[in-house]
Each structure stands twice: as C-alpha cells, then as structure tokens.
Design a protein around this ligand. Structure first.
Ligand SMILES: Cc1ncc(C[n+]2csc(CCOP(=O)(O)OP(=O)(O)O)c2C)c(N)n1
Ligand code: SF4
Length: 291
C-alpha cells in the first residue's frame, strides 16, 4: 500500500520538508525516534528528491517509519521487506530505495531473504532497526535477544545463542556493512548517507532500543565504541575481528567492498542492451524467445 498522501517537496532543506503530517505514535523514548530523525537528516543532507524516494517497511513498530515521512512508502507483509524493496528498485532503477524493518522481521520470518538480497547486490539500503525483541506483539524474544537481556516475557531468559546481524552481513558478502546506535544520531545520519550513496546492497544495523519491553539504552551506552580510525574498511578479516571483540559493540563502517561487482539493476540493464545489440531483440520477437 503506498502511504504517501501529498506531493512531496522536491527541494528538501529542513525537517519540515521531509516530515509528514502524521505524528509518530511510538512509546516515549523509543529508539525508533532516533532512526527516524537520522532518516530525515540523511534526506536533507543528500537533498533527496522525495518523489523519487521510496521507503519499504515490514510489520512491527519499526514498520511504521515510512508513514512519518513525505517519501513514498510501502508498508508490506511481515518479513518481506527485502523482496518488496528489490521489486521496487527493479521496476524503476532511478528510485532511491530504503528498506526498514525490525530484527524479527529481518532475521526470523524474513531471515531467508537477507542472503539473496546480498548475492543479488541490489542497490538498496537496508536499515535493520534492532531492539532485540518483538515490540509490536508485546515483547517476545527475537533472534538477537542476548542471554544478558531481561525480557518480561522470558522469566528464565533465552536458552538459545543470539544471531549477530553484522556477522551475517559479512558472511553473506554484503557490499556495505555498518552499525549505528539510536543514542548517537549524528553518526547514524552519516552512516545512512554512506549506505545510500553506496552503489549496491548496503546494510546498516541500527541498534534501536525498545524502552517498554527491552530497554537496552544503558547496556549499549556502556558498550558502544567507535571503530578505530585505522581499521581498513576493505579488509573483511579485520571487520570480522571487530565484531568478535568481546565486551565491545563497535559503531561505524565495518566493510565496504572495493571489487568491481555490479549491482543488480546495472547488470540487468547492460545484459538487456547487449542482447538487443547481438540478437536484434525487439519488443515483437522478445516474447517468442522467452515464452
Ligand atoms: C506473517 C505474519 N506473522 C506474524 C505476524 C505477527 N507479528 C507482527 S509484528 C511481529 C514481530 C515484530 O518484531 P520486529 O520485526 O522485531 O519489529 P518491532 O515491532 O520490534 O519493530 C510479529 C511476529 C504478522 N503480522 N504476520
Ligand atoms: S513497544 Fe517498544 S519498539 Fe514499540 S514503540 Fe514502544 S518502545 Fe518502541
């Protein structure tokens, strides 16, 4: 469902130009406010043309984000953010496409889509709003709930190991991998900008605490630390070492591919052009060939 209700401003100079008339209904202090603020600021700093910008979301508290912007929005099915965003980008490669969703959306029900978006290297920016719980459905454990988190719905804690989104993104060979924290909006904005500018699939793990069911602000404030400036973002092994460092949660760019790997839309456009040249494909004989 497209949720944009007014013709967006083309020239984005202030938050008023990006903000929709719908006021966010997240709980006080929810980390999602920080993510929204960073999205607004990234739109302004990049001077994005909002009528050519689409934010696709999943179901969850996080899934509401597009409604609060003047970008076009698609509030899709739980766990299907990435296939939907891929479809939007393929249908119109000129669009700037952001995909936003929770950790449940992206790693539980939708976990199977993450590696495929990565191997397709589709030119979208995926912001995983990770609160390590299912916020909308009242605080169940999620794939990123760690054993030291206290959830009301889990009186005996979690018995399983939690998934690490950064480790998965690196293993899936995502071409841009970063982590941000809602408590640091300037840095989050900067990383969203980098992700949007990156040509190919970019992933930003946005730690966004749920103040009602899993308030991890204090936990993260004590553990977050900037990735050292000497870290070589093109070095996958060094990126893997960073996420494995015990007791520290690194923020910043872990990895950026410098290989000449093409993004999906460029590849398909070039393939189509070369086939048309080689085989003189026309709209008339195209169907005979492929159907
Ligand atoms: C197909 C389907 N399965 C289950 C649900 C119920 N459901 C809605 S939101 C949600 C989980 C929300 O958690 P998360 O994706 O982490 O987002 P958050 O609310 O924490 O932002 C679930 C299980 C649903 N809406 N659709
Ligand atoms: S339930 Fe949690 S994630 Fe949902 S709006 Fe409230 S604080 Fe945010």
């Amino acid at each position: 469902m497209m949720t944009n209700k007014t013709t967006p401003n083309v020239n984005v100079q202030s938050i008023a130009d990006v903000k929709s008339s719908v006021a966010p209904i997240w709980c006080p202090g929810c980390g999602d406010f920080g993510v929204l603020s960073a999205v607004y600021r990234a739109c302004i700093e990049l001077d994005l043309d909002l009528k050519n910008t689409v934010i696709v979301s999943g179901i969850g508290c996080s899934g509401r984000l597009p409604i609060f912007t003047k970008c076009y929005g698609f509030h899709g099915v739980h766990g299907r953010v990435l296939p939907t965003a891929t479809g939007v980008k393929l249908a119109n490669p000129k669009l700037t496409v952001l995909a936003v969703g929770g950790d449940g959306d992206g790693l539980a029900i939708g976990g199977g889509h993450f590696p495929h978006a990565a191997r397709r290297n589709v030119d979208i920016t995926y912001i995983m709003m990770d609160n390590s719980t299912y916020g909308l459905t009242k605080g169940q454990g999620s794939p990123t709930t760690a054993s030291d988190f206290q959830l009301k719905s889990l009186p005996y804690g979690v018995q399983e190991e939690n998934l690490n989104p950064i480790a998965l993104a690196l293993a899936y060979d995502v071409s841009y991998v970063a982590r941000a924290f809602s408590g640091r909006i300037d840095q989050m904005t900067e990383l969203f900008i980098k992700g949007i500018k990156h040509k190919g699939f970019s992933f930003i793990h946005a730690i966004s605490p749920c103040t009602v069911f899993n308030d991890t602000y204090k936990y993260y404030r004590e553990k977050v630390i900037d990735i050292p400036t000497e870290h070589d973002v093109h070095n996958k092994k060094s990126a893997l070492d960073l996420w494995q460092t015990k007791g520290k949660v690194y923020l910043g760019t872990f990895f950026e591919s410098e290989s000449a790997r093409m993004d999906l839309t460029t590849m398909l456009t070039e393939l189509s052009a070369s086939l048309q040249k080689k085989e003189k494909l026309t709209s008339e004989n195209l169907l005979d060939k492929f159907v």
